[in-house]
Design a protein around this ligand. Sequence first.
Ligand code: ZN
Length: 249
Amino acid sequence: VVSEAAGYMLRNHLYDFSTGVNKMSGSFTTYINTYRAPFMFSRWTGSYTDLTTILHELGHFTNYYHNPSAGWSAGDSLDLAEIDSQGLELLMTPYFDQYYGTVAQQAVSSLLSDCLYALISGCMEDEFQQLIYQTPTMTLDELNSLYERLEQEYGLASKFGPTGLEWVLIPHTFQTPMYYISYAVSMAAALELYEMALNGNQSQAREIYLAILNRPSFAAFREELQENGLSDVFDESTIQRLGEELSGS
Ligand SMILES: [Zn+2]
């Protein structure tokens, strides 16, 4: 399923991976209606993360290729769409030695660390947004000290040093509050697929991944997970179990 979409992309040159000083940074996949085809855009950086970036976008590309009505529509759930991308990155980790050779294990560890960061920071930014939008009278000092407290509480202070100021760098908080949690909920489901594959149920994890990829239009996040036998990400025991599994791997 994924290689069919990748083959279509390569044959029809539906990608732009070039470098260039004037090229927009970042990566995205879009759907060109007049071509009836997806298109992948990415600025090649030369870093080892280029591969996971391309895998991420290939997850979106595969979804748009096989299931354009659900994938490329305003009604599709972003939480589900990011399982297409994050899930593919994680399910491809057994092949990392083909790309990274002797440093494959480090590349897997780096990906897992990014995934955990997305999960934890997604919850933290959401808690911050909920609190500040409930209390619109907060002063700047109160905002900074609230953020600093949350960074400590979520264990992220040691990563950046607790300055309490990083919240200004998150545009979602200003433009699309309550959206940021999306990165965390899709990641919880993607990590469950990873956990499943790690425990020897690789084909089951792939089947569920593909079932979610081919979801019906307007599928809802929690219902779709439930239908495919995945845990409820809002159940505390789900996160607890993921944490235990991942700390052992
Ligand atoms: Zn994405």
